[in-house]
Design a protein around this ligand. Structure first.
Ligand code: PNS
Length: 169
């Protein structure tokens, strides 16, 4: 048998913003693989609250403790990014059955496009209800999301919500 072990993986997402649930998956991937590239991309189905640059800066800040994690922007197709960076597989978190259909579609499309594999890590049940979209909605309506996102992200979120409120006034 030759060297067939996957060493470098990508954790893709829009990370708008990065949550404790994302960090759980990134941290676990970082203990399994030699190198993890967090690929911050655009989801065409969602309108982002933070710019790509802001999202990348936040993810860099909160993954700083992992020496084998780096953060990059994805502009075009994720599979092209994987090929350019010599990545054999992408790693995604699965929170619940409701994630499965969407993730299955994407993984099959990505495999058809390029043979890049998708590996799934089951999310910690503590985070199974957590999503960036819900965090934004709760934060916008004044709810407490302080245990759901890293402190740095909470500060950014609070500032952005205050800016939005000021713009609407
Ligand atoms: O965190 P999200 O919003 O579920 O992440 C979705 C993301 C960014 C991973 C996905 O939209 C993506 O891969 N975008 C890059 C463009 C691309 O390759 N699209 C085809 C996906 S099959």
């Amino acid at each position: 048998m030759g060297e067939s072990v996957i060493r470098r993986v990508v954790c893709p997402g829009s990370y708008d913003p990065v949550t404790n649930g994302h960090l759980d998956i990134i941290g676990r991937a970082a203990t399994i693989f030699d190198e993890v590239i967090v690929a911050v991309g655009e989801n065409v189905g969602k309108r982002a609250l933070f710019t790509a640059e802001e999202r990348i800066t936040m993810v860099r800040k909160v993954t700083g403790e992992y020496p084998n994690v780096r953060v990059e922007a994805v502009d075009g197709l994720l599979v092209d990014f994987c090929l350019q960076h010599g990545v054999g597989a992408m790693v995604k978190g699965l929170r619940a059955v409701s994630d499965y259909e969407y993730e299955l579609e994407m993984s099959q499309m990505n495999h058809r496009l390029s043979s890049v594999e998708t590996l799934f890590i089951a999310s910690d049940p503590e985070y199974s209800y957590l999503s960036s979209s819900l965090i934004k909605e709760v934060a916008e309506l004044g709810g407490d999301v302080s245990v759901l996102v890293p402190g740095h992200v909470l500060a950014q979120l609070t500032t952005r919500m205050a800016e939005r409120r000021a713009n609407f006034d």
